[in-house]
Design a protein around this ligand. Structure first.
Ligand SMILES: [Ca+2]
Ligand SMILES: [Ca+2]
Length: 487
């Protein structure tokens, strides 16, 4: 860290011990002031802007879309890139939401997004060819709901313990709205910092000035998320918890020994922590390598568990180098659509501490089971598809293939007018009448292209398809009739 930032960092470190955000900010701002006074006395930077200017980001004029562009560092603070600048995007002076696009490599010391009540729906986008580096701390949605799109890079300065908070504890109860942050990392986007917190809940409801932070989320759509020391998902309302979503080939990494992120009054980090939060992994292609995970109930209230939600057509393994503590967790597989019977490694850890995990309510236990292999440190999920029971799936004979198609139609027609016990006597369904006739043909066509997966919602063939098969059936039956006549 450079010298001037070190001075400021000293003040900010002292200030960080305070639980009062404004005090922290003002102390840090004071560090800026002291630095500038020192600089002026030394005669080195007398032409630089006054410290007060560091509190507000000077955006360029809005473009045709009404978006403000953060094109070059020189566009803010009098022509110099100031890595110690305090940037507020959406503050008291905005009198409404702002929409900012970062189009090149930018840097600042501290950032607050949607910092004041009128800034609801503020957006910040880091373009795919741009980056933003934070040198100390960022709070996205400090007061109000905001959206941050990371199509390029969002970085905490390398070697610094930079904290990024999504959903600050300053939500204004007077508006009845929580601060809520949405961070969306695009396919080529990368968010990398020392520590990430969702829905910071340092204050208790009885604390004066209490604000709620709920529903914040980080959605990684195939990009990369790195929280070196840890990521903590918390909430002030378990009915609207925070969530981390990994989609497609998203990468998620956490690897250093956790430290103490929030200050002296906060518990030690436990790597990747979910306090009544949702961890959703979609698609089965995510690449997850973390040091520790901790899935727990609500931090401040009795209700709520952490939810591990697996969706899509595959299961990604959570690789945990050290310990997995499933202190209080629910496993939701209702959104999983797997091809066939298989066993998947959901968690591959060095060891388990707690193993208090259960399926979500309503899970079909005939299809799903899990096993915790403590010696191996693995949570294994087994899927058994429902038995294939398609009334019209009669071919190949003796070994039906799970789909109602032309082979089944052929098998039925080959048994046309059979009486007695016949595999093709399928109608009336559930109470066959001992003859293979038009009713059976109709029952089969009504289940055309049914598979075991679609048996609950039969696909009705297009009228043209039906007509074609009806024609084919008549022709075939005619030939059968002819054969009979000549046979
Ligand atoms: Ca079949
Ligand atoms: Ca029948």
């Amino acid at each position: 860290m450079r010298f001037d930032a070190a001075i400021q960092g000293l003040y900010c470190s002292l200030a960080a011990l305070s639980s009062h955000a404004k005090l922290r900010t003002s102390l840090c701002a004071k560090a800026s002031l002291i630095f500038f006074i020192a600089a002026i006395v030394l005669g080195g930077l007398s032409a630089e802007p006054a410290a007060g200017q560091y509190m507000h980001f000077e955006m360029k004029t809005a473009d045709a879309n009404g978006d403000y562009l953060w094109e070059e560092p020189k566009n803010w603070l009098g022509g110099q890139p100031y890595y110690w600048a305090f940037v507020e995007l959406g503050n008291e002076a905005s009198m409404g939401p702002v929409h900012v696009v970062i189009t090149s490599d930018a840097e600042c010391f501290d950032m607050e997004l949607a910092e004041a009540p009128l800034t609801e729906s503020t957006t910040l986008r880091i373009r795919s060819d741009a980056s933003l580096t934070i040198n100390w701390r960022a709070v996205f949605s400090k007061d109000r709901e905001s959206w941050l799109y990371v199509d390029g890079g969002l970085y905490g300065a390398a070697g610094e313990q930079v904290i990024m908070i999504a959903g600050g504890p300053w939500g204004r109860p007077d508006l009845g709205l929580p601060s809520k942050s949405h961070i969306i990392v695009g396919p080529n986007g990368e968010m990398k910092t020392w520590f990430i917190g969702l829905n910071k809940t340092a204050r208790q409801p009885e604390t004066p000035g209490y604000g709620s932070a709920t529903g914040s989320e980080i959605v990684v759509n195939g990009g990369k998320l790195v929280a070196e020391a840890g990521l903590r998902v918390s909430t002030t309302d378990p009915a609207d918890p925070g969530r981390l979503v990994l989609r497609g080939s998203a990468v998620f990494e956490q690897y250093t020994t956790p430290g103490n992120a929030y200050g002296a009054n906060m518990p030690q980090l436990r790597g990747v922590e979910f306090w009544a939060g949702i961890w959703e992994i979609d698609g089965g292609d995510a690449n997850i390598h973390v040091r520790d995970i901790y899935l727990h109930g609500n931090k401040h209230f009795a209700e709520g568990q952490a939810l591990l939600k697996l969706t899509g057509d595959g299961v990604s393994t959570i690789h945990v180098a050290a310990t997995a503590d499933l202190a209080d967790a629910t496993l939701d597989v209702s959104g999983l659509d797997l091809a066939g019977p298989d066993t998947f490694t959901v968690i591959d850890a060095g060891s388990f501490i707690g193993t208090n995990i259960r399926f979500a309510e309503g899970t079909d236990l005939d299809q799903w089971s899990f096993e915790i292999d403590r010696p191996r440190g693995e949570l294994l999920l087994t899927y058994t598809p429902p038995p294939c029971d398609l009334v019209a799936d009669i071919a190949p004979a003796g070994d039906p293939d799970g789909i109602v198609d032309g082979a089944d139609l052929g098998a039925l027609l080959a048994r046309w007018k059979d009486t007695g016990v016949s595999v093709a006597d399928i109608a009336p369904v559930g109470n066959p009448d001992g003859i293979v006739d038009g009713a059976d043909l109709g029952a089969l066509l009504a289940r055309w292209k049914d598979t075991c997966d679609t048996v609950a919602s039969p696909v009705i063939p297009e009228p043209a398809t039906l007509a074609m098969f009806a024609f084919g059936a008549v022709a075939l039956l005619s030939r059968r009739g002819e054969q009979k006549n000549y046979g």
